[in-house]
Structure formats: C-alpha cells, structure tokens
Design a protein. Sequence first.
Length: 412
Amino acid sequence: MIQTRVFPGWRVVAGAFVCMLTGYAVAYSFAAFFGPLEAEFGAQRGETSLVFSIAAFLYFLLGLPAGLVGDRVGPRPVVTGGLLIVALGLVIAAHASTLWQVYLGYSLGVGLGVGFSYVPSVTAVQHWFVRRRGTASGLAVAGIGVGTLIGAPLANALIARIGWRDTYLVLAALTVLGAGVAGLLIRRGPHFYGLEPDGEAAAAGKASPSSSGFTLAQAVRTGPFWAVYTAALLMSFGLFTPFVHLVPYVRDIGLGSGFGVLLITLLGVGSTVGRFLFASITPWLGRRLSFALMLIGAGVMLVVWSLSTSATALVFFALLFGAFYGGFVAIAPSLAADYFGGRALGAVIGALYSGVAFGALLGSPAAGYAYDFFGSYAGAILAGALLCFIAFTIMVLAPEPARWLTRRARSP
C-alpha cells in the first residue's frame, strides 16, 4: 500500500493533465503553421488541412488499440512512448522538403503519438475515482484546453522569430520533457496498491470497481454504446473545422492572421473553463443530458460562426464553442464509465473515440475543398451544425445509465 498524505489518484490526474497539455499543444498549434506550410509548398487549403486531419483521424482511431494495450500493460509505458513518437514526428516534419514529408512527420507522428497517449491517460483517471470522477476528469482533460490556449500563440511567436522548421524542433524538445513528467506521475489503478477509488481502503473480498463492468465485446452489443458512438461521430464533422480553418477564415475577412491565432487561444480559454463549468452541472442534469447539451451548444455556435464577420462576434463564438468542446471532452469518458464500468474501460473509450476519427478525417478537408470550389466556408460550417443537432437528438433519446443498468440487471 502507498503511504502518503496525498491520495495518489490526484498525482495520476496531474500526469494525465501534463500528457494532454503536451500532446494537444502540439496538435492545436497547427493553426499557426497553416499559412507557412501553405506558402512553403504552394498547397491549396484542402491539401494543407489534411496535415491536421490525418493526425486527428489517427489519434482518435488508435484509441482502441491504445486502450487495449493500456488495459493490459498499464498506462505509463504507453503514455510515455506515445509522446516520444510525437517528438520524433516533429523532428521529421522540421526537415521536410515536400508536403508529403510533413504528412509523414507531423501527421503520422502526432497521430500515432497522441493516439497512444490520450486514451490510457484519461482511462487511468477513471479508475482512480468514482464519487469525484467528474471533478477529476475535468481537471485532467483541462490539459487539452491549456494546450490549446498556449500551443498556437507559442508556435506563432516562435515562427515569427526562428521560422516554422526550428519551431517544430523546439516543440519536439518540449514534448520530450512532457513525456518524462507524465511518465513519472501516471500509474495503474488503485487496486494494484491496496486502495479503492477516491482514497478508500480496500475491503477484503470486495470486488474493485476497476475490475467490474462490461467487456468490450459486451459493450458493443448495447444500444447506449452505439448512441454515444454515433453522437460523437456526427459532432466531430464540425468539431475540428475551427481549429484548422479559423485563421484563414479571419484572414479572408480582413482581420489578419494574428487575430486568427488569438481566436485559437480563446478556444483554449473557453475549453478550459468549459471542462470545469459543465462538469459541475452533471450532478443536477446527469452526465447523459449534460453530454447532450454540449452537442446542441456546439451546433448553435457553428451557426453563429457561419454568420460572423465582426471581431466581437468571432470572439463570442470562439469562447463559447471552446466551452462546449471542453465540456464534451470532459464528460464523454465519465459517461462511458457510468454505462460500462471499469473492467475494459480503456478499450471501450478507445472504441467510442474511433467514431470521432472519421469525422476528424473528413470534416476539415471537406471544409477546405468546399472553400477551394465555392470560395466560402458557410455551407460546410452549417452542415457541421446540422449533424450536431442530430447528435443531440440521439443522446436525448438514449437511456439514463443508472436506469438502464438496473433494467439489465433485472432482465433474465
């Protein structure tokens, strides 16, 4: 048993926070690189947006194998190795002479690395908490918001001073540092240390919540699994479009790339606040309805974006869209734990996120190619909003986790 005044679960939260801050600061710094890559390689917007979209596709698609591996060997080696892959990819991208080499370095490196670090880190937090799961998850995934907050402006400032290639090398060094810190803090579930979630002492003969629940095979045969999967898939078509296209959108309407990078920063501010704000409402609404609220909120904000041509409107959009995105990310893993327990939670969360992968892959490039063809983002943005509204309807119709589990337990 670990003898310490501080419950070790909070150290796991800190490790997950550092992991997500590191990985997503790199991922969402792409907005600052969009213009330099477009100019360096003479690429169209659809081609340039694929750099990010391939990465996002991979890091959500690989959540399933990462969850399986993390469930088997523990989160520490998977998280550390994943972030080191990110660093390697950045080094390769820094030496690219063609756009396809940026795909090879940034897209594959960030995609593989974040894919193998995110799900095991967020799953580790779920194992260490039950009563305080919402708070712990909100703190951990706030790393994504902080990463979004600092990644793009840091990269933009560095690019202005040392160029985009050396900026990738600086980010690679910072990623190695993040891998070391996260690896020191992340650890396996509390039952490995004679503890129970939330710091309770283990009771003899009592099954740990971390070892009870559904297997992946059992989870995928249920309606709630496919409700959450489909809702996340539909939302993801519009979810990542601002992170890729907001800077060129702002440049097109004459507000300048610098203001676009500021909006990416405000997405991070909103995301960080949203993870805590919306996690706090789950005790009243429940996680299912809170999750549904994130879906419709994001859809409404996409409609606002499609109509926005002023700096004030775009600031409003960035803050609120970021907040709903942050709430979505904070609530989703805990909702999965509510439905399916901790037995194979990493694999279940990874499988659910695989749906997000396809929206991430297709949504941003579709918006880019739509702009290349029509000269406007409006249609693509509104299509993303419509899909968010459909996702909201699906989750409103889904069963409440506690009632659903009770009915299953009573069924013969």
